[in-house]
Design a protein around this ligand. Structure first.
Ligand code: FAM
Length: 434
């Protein structure tokens, strides 16, 4: 397959670069770790290398070196579509180059071969209690698909270490192929009549999700899916979900196990679940006013929230120090497709006043919006109003990046991860100079 061919072509040069660093500069010190970092989430400690994506504090996310505007401009799109095919994005993440139109289509065609969800997975989901969180169902579904792991089967048969990446890529293509259908099975069962709608072979990977949930605004919602799935596909290698997948996969657990574990991390309120909190807050603001608040009213509301010790969801970021370009891309989408939507207008009003107010606090390092400040508004507009499902959409997209990290970790022969933990007493002795 085209992804195998391209990776096989570029892999020797990548292995040479890594071998050179590890053999010629093995003792070069990358960074120090302080006591406070150990106790505060290993924040800022440079523990990972990944070439799939990088988050620059001032430019935001770069995918394989390309900024979000560049990716949106350069990736191939289907005729009549405004946003790129996810197949082209996956080619970019997996290899280190932009695909041609034909190459992007080839990934899409490969996905179509494996897009259908086996009946046993549907049955498993349908036997769960109705109140099961959709992220639990998503994680379970991914694990259940893993019975067909090619990596796990070949590993038992004595696969050479230098070839681990090949069945990891096979598994990655088969898993990612099924994600829109898996998400649609969960959505239709949790919130609709449980119909299972087969993927439409005439549609691309992203557009198919809109089709399988029978979204009435199909064309525009398909476009939103193309944009959303692109924007959420990766965000460096050390956030909770990416790092979890890397860790689990480093034990040679296959990508189904690793991706499922990643989704369990993404399901946390401090990570992927944050987007539903943002929409909840936006609706709270919306419901507090009879109409769109004036700038002064909005400013008073925000100051009162801060005074009562609450954080303003959708604003701030651990790494970014500017408006998240993923926010900007969706903001532009809304400006074009839903300019009269009142929630979108509220997003604009908040964007006008909130950075100044957060700056007044003197402590918020990034007073600008992150991607979650608008994500839910767009889904809500198109009738996807089940908040607890938003993280599944995030997960569908993020597994594109996670599997690309896994393929490259195996291709570059990264070993099992095993950092060292200390005891409080050891730290106390060290700071006392003993
Ligand atoms: N509203 C109020 N206070 C905020 C704030 C916000 N939006 N963002 C940061 N602060 C406060 C923060 O609580 C901290 O206060 P204390 O010193 O009193 O503890 C201070 O400003 C310094 O924080 P920081 O260094 O600027 O941010 P952190 O790196 O600690 O935290 C966030 C980053 C994203 C957790 C934080 O900005 C926040 O809580 N934002 C609101 C929730 C949110 O939007 N989450 C989604 C994040 C999204 F990008 C994602 O990962 N899905």
């Amino acid at each position: 397959m085209i992804l195998h061919d391209r990776i096989a072509e570029i892999l020797p040069a990548w292995r040479d670069r890594v071998n050179h660093l590890v053999t010629e500069h093995r003792d070069f010190k990358v960074c120090d770790v302080t006591v406070s970092q150990i106790y505060q989430g290993i924040r800022g400690v440079q523990i990972q290398v990944t070439d799939i994506s990088y988050v620059d504090p001032y430019e935001g996310l770069r995918l394989r070196g390309y900024t979000i505007p560049e990716v949106l401009e350069k990736l191939p799109r289907l005729p009549g579509c405004e946003f790129p095919m996810a197949g082209g994005l996956y080619y970019l993440l997996m290899t280190d180059s932009l695909p041609s139109y034909e190459e992007a289509l080839e990934v899409e065609d490969e996905w179509k071969k494996y897009a259908v969800i086996p009946q046993y997975v549907i049955d498993m989901i349908h036997t769960m209690p109705r109140n099961t969180h959709p992220m639990t169902l998503f994680s379970q579904g991914i694990m259940a698909l893993g019975v067909d792991s090619i990596f796990s089967r070949q590993y038992l048969n004595g696969l050479a270490k230098s070839d681990y990446w090949i069945p990891t890529l096979d598994d990655s293509i088969r898993l990612t192929a099924k994600l829109p259908a898996l998400a649609a099975v969960i959505y239709n069962w949790k919130y609709r009549d449980g119909s299972v709608i087969a993927p439409n072979p005439d549609l691309d990977w992203s557009g198919n999700f809109a089709y399988m949930i029978e979204n009435p605004n199909n064309h525009e919602y398909e476009e939103l899916c193309r944009l959303f799935f692109l924007l959420h596909s990766d965000h460096e290698g050390a956030n909770v979900s990416a790092h979890t997948a890397h860790l689990v996969n480093s034990a040679l657990s296959d990508v189904y196990l690793a991706s499922s574990a990643a989704m369990n991390g993404l399901a946390g309120p401090l990570h992927g679940l944050a987007n539903q909190e943002c929409l909840r807050w936006l609706l709270k603001v919306y419901n507090s006013f009879e109409s769109l608040p004036s700038k002064e009213e909005m400013a008073d509301f925000a100051r009162a929230e801060l005074k009562s010790g609450r954080v303003i969801p959708g604003y701030g970021h651990a790494v970014l120090r500017t408006t998240d370009p993923r926010f900007t891309a969706q903001y532009e989408f809304a400006k074009k497709y839903l300019p009269d939507d009142e929630l979108y207008q509220l997003v604009c009003r908040i964007y006008e006043v909130l950075p100044g107010i957060l700056k007044e606090t003197g402590k918020v390092k990034n007073p600008y919006p992150n991607v979650d400040a608008i994500n839910g508004t767009l889904q809500y507009h198109y009738g996807v109003r089940e908040f607890d499902f938003y993280t599944v959409l995030f997960g569908v997209s993020r597994i594109l990046g996670i599997t690309a990290h896994a393929v490259w970790a195996r291709a570059l022969n990264k070993p099992i991860e095993r950092p060292k933990s200390l005891t409080t007493a050891i730290l106390e002795e060290r700071v006392a100079g003993k």
